[in-house]
Design a binder for this molecule. Structure first.
Ligand SMILES: Nc1ncnc2c1ncn2[C@@H]1O[C@H](COP(=O)(O)OP(=O)(O)OP(=O)(O)O)[C@@H](O)[C@H]1O
Ligand SMILES: [Mg+2]
Length: 345
């Protein structure tokens, strides 16, 4: 491994050789350490993809290697990297992250659930708010049927999953969970705000908010009324999904929220012979990285085992290194410093 840096050095090699160099990339608006693309991207390529000043980035990296200096943020404080707007932040909840896509059926709910499971296994305190009021799925995925309950403090608490993840979903307050919820936009918005504001979530490092498809009232409410620190956009390599996700990226940016990362779900399938197939076509990850300026946090395979566990309400039993990598990249992009300090996470 070369000890001197050149624009053609792989980003991954830089951060592996020089501990802490992620901070230099992050200062330039390139959360490279959390980016799946960085595993094969050079400094030059990363700068081109993210439209960065290569010479300034090289100068800062060389300075870091020489004396450990991390530069101040070189990012523009507008558009995709704007800081979260200060809304009624709820004490005890460190970060609120929305999972959306615009497109239906790409795996938002599955990714939300498995990201929560992987974060919890790493020692983070995580909760799930199912903001899909008319088509909730989180309670089903986890097999949770317990209701909202009143704690000793007299406040309403969300039920918890088998492994202890607090979860709130519309089915948990319906008398008949197969009942269709026909609600107009303002009622949907008010339910989401109440789920967030009125429930006693306890202390959380991350509250993950699972959004319904589309760019209707629910996503708008979450992005405008909740103190969202970042949005994870889920897509598949299919052209139509990519097109709709591009729209969602624009919506997030218009609302001055931050796309913190992308997840390409159903990216490939490994057949019994071990061959890697791409039923939805080649990856569109780099295209979405360019459009959003956000890192690709993971490319996830189609896995029939996962689909079966989802149907059986046993999603917490699923294990895969792909979701561990997703959680690791997620935490790099949006750290929970308190958790890292107290639990060595
Ligand atoms: N990687 C995967 N491998 C296998 N099956 C998957 C995968 N991701 C999602 N699925 C399955 O695809 C279906 C759709 O997933 P999911 O409900 O998570 O999508 P969604 O984007 O939340 O949908 P909606 O837009 O309706 O909310 C589910 O049956 C789920 O079990
Ligand atoms: Mg869903």
């Amino acid at each position: 491994m070369p000890s001197t840096l050149s624009p053609d050095t792989l980003i991954r090699d830089v951060v592996e050789t020089h501990k802490g160099a992620e901070a230099v990339f992050a200062a330039h608006g390139l959360p490279c350490a959390g980016c799946h693309v960085s595993t094969r991207e050079s400094i030059r390529g990363g700068a081109a993809v993210h439209n960065l000043d290569l010479a300034a980035l090289m100068a800062d990296l060389e300075r870091f290697v020489a004396d450990g200096t991390v530069p101040p943020s070189r990012r523009k404080l507008a558009g995709p990297h704007a800081p979260p707007m200060e809304r009624q932040r709820k004490p005890g909840i460190e970060h609120v992250v929305a999972v959306m896509s615009g497109k239906g059926g790409v795996g938002k709910s599955t990714v939300t659930a498995l990201l929560a499971v992987a974060l919890q296994r790493r020692g983070y305190r995580v909760g799930i708010l199912d903001a899909d009021i008319t088509g909730p799925s989180q309670a089903k995925l986890f097999g949770v049927t317990a209701r909202l309950y009143k704690g000793a403090d007299g406040k309403p608490h969300p039920p918890v999953t088998r492994t202890g993840i607090p979860l709130m979903s519309m089915n948990l307050i319906l008398d008949n969970e197969n009942e269709a919820v026909i609600w107009r936009g303002p009622m949907v918005s008010s339910a989401i705000k109440q789920f967030y504001g009125d429930l006693e979530w306890g202390t959380l490092d991350y509250l993950l908010v699972d959004l319904p498809p589309g760019t209707s009232d629910a996503p708008l409410t979450v992005l405008q009324a909740l103190p969202v620190d970042g949005t994870v956009l889920v897509s598949t390599p299919q052209g139509l999904a990519t097109m709709i996700v591009s729209k969602a990226i624009k919506l997030v940016q218009k609302l001055d929220a931050r796309v913190m990362g992308l997840v390409e779900n159903m990216a490939y399938f490994v057949d019994p012979s071990g061959a890697r197939l791409e039923p939805f076509g080649p990856s569109k990850g780099v295209q979405l990285v360019v459009e959003s300026g956000a890192p690709l946090l993971a490319q996830l395979p189609i896995d029939p085992v996962l689909a079966a566990l989802c149907d059986e309400g046993r999603i917490e039993e699923y294990r895969s290194p792909d979701y561990d990598a997703l959680a690791d990249n997620f935490v790099k992009v949006l750290p929970a410093p308190e958790a890292a300090r107290t639990r060595g996470a």
